[in-house]
Ligand binder design. Structure first.
Ligand code: GDP
Length: 321
């Protein structure tokens, strides 16, 4: 494939000036694990760090897209610039071919202060602990005050992504046995704000009750610690969105005040560093030639002349030399 040359400084400058195409191109570089990423990230770093990252997660059909659209509207009313990343951790496809159709955000499609992007996170080298924070950084440096990260489904990867956010919103709907599912998926621990959507349906109050009960079981109730509220919404009618905004604001204030925000951002950066380092190591393992190369060691393990732990030690030692 012919390689298109990338003028990174020009691209970053356009993105910072708010050019949607430049932002889109930078996110594509992230998805592709492009060779210029190092330069891109170095150029973006001084301009990032002020966006409020809000994760939204929940089972398919629970109302994430609808809620995200409503929240975008609410943030726009405050005059803020908003980025939306829809991440599908299970999809190896990039460019949003699948998710693109999913996002029904025509309300905001023409608003130049709103960037909407779907992406596959199980991309090339990185995996989600790499691509998602980098895409967030692009939107952050492009001047987004808020970045909403919507993940599809309730599985381990979604929990991981949601855990990367400054504020994590977990959505549930009545009658889907979601409360139990949430407990199983470990989602109760990561929710800062719980939303029971589709409150126009039967069973919403029971779901709210169940959820409050389950949250209270895990309540550490130390002073200064955040207690996740449960908010009822009918996102399709924009009912309850003000309450969700209020809960988000309160969480942000609390997390800034008690140091939780700083801790989360550090954890996010640590995950990112670790996955970049691991990918770098892995590529070096692959290129290590000679006697101590990975394939040579593998042959010895197959032959039984070396055990895998000793082989791994040798591989690691070679890296340092
Ligand atoms: P997602 O898969 O979690 O992103 O869910 P969507 O936002 O795509 O919503 C799934 C379906 O539920 C759509 O048909 C929405 O119109 C509908 N929906 C969203 N919010 C509500 C609500 O509050 N009440 C009802 N009855 N339907 C809703």
């Amino acid at each position: 494939m012919a390689r298109r040359s990338v003028d990174v400084p020009a691209l970053v400058e356009s993105a910072r000036a708010g050019a949607p195409r430049a932002v889109a191109r930078l996110i594509s570089l992230v998805e592709d694990g492009h060779e210029t990423l190092r330069e891109v990230m170095a150029a973006l770093a001084p301009h990032a760090g002020s966006a409020w990252v809000i994760g939204l997660t929940g089972s398919p059909g629970v109302g994430k897209s609808t809620t995200t659209t409503a929240l975008v509207g609410a943030f726009r009313q405050r005059g803020l610039r908003v980025g939306v990343l829809a991440v599908d951790p299970s999809s190896p496809f990039s460019g949003g071919a699948l998710l693109g159709d999913r996002i029904r955000m025509q309300d905001h499609a023409l608003d130049p202060e709103v960037y909407i992007r779907s992406m596959a996170s199980r991309g090339h080298l990185g995996g989600l602990s790499w691509t998602t924070p980098q895409a967030i950084r692009v939107l952050d440096a492009a001047g987004c005050d808020v970045v909403l990260v919507e993940t599809v489904g309730v599985g381990q990867s979604e929990v991981e992504i949601a855990g990367l956010a400054d504020t994590s919103v977990v959505l549930l709907a009545p009658g889907m046995g979601d409360g139990i599912q949430a407990a199983k998926a470990g989602i109760l621990e990561i929710g800062d704000v719980f939303v029971v959507n589709k409150a126009d349906r039967d069973g919403a109050d029971a779901t709210v009750r169940d959820l409050r009960h389950m949250i209270s079981l895990g309540d550490r109730s130390e002073p200064g610690l955040w207690r996740p509220p449960v908010v009822k919404t009918i996102a399709a009618q924009k009912v309850g969105i003000d309450e969700v905004m209020e809960a988000l604001d309160k969480h942000r204030a609390s997390a800034s005040g008690n140091g939780e925000l700083a801790r989360r951002r550090e954890r996010r950066a640590a995950d990112e560093i670790e996955s970049i380092a691991l990918a770098a190591l892995r590529s070096r393992f692959g290129t290590l030639g000679g006697r101590e190369g990975l394939s040579a060691l593998a042959r010895e393990v197959v032959d039984g002349t070396l055990d895998p732990y000793a082989a791994a030690d040798r591989l690691v030692e070679t890296l340092g030399s």
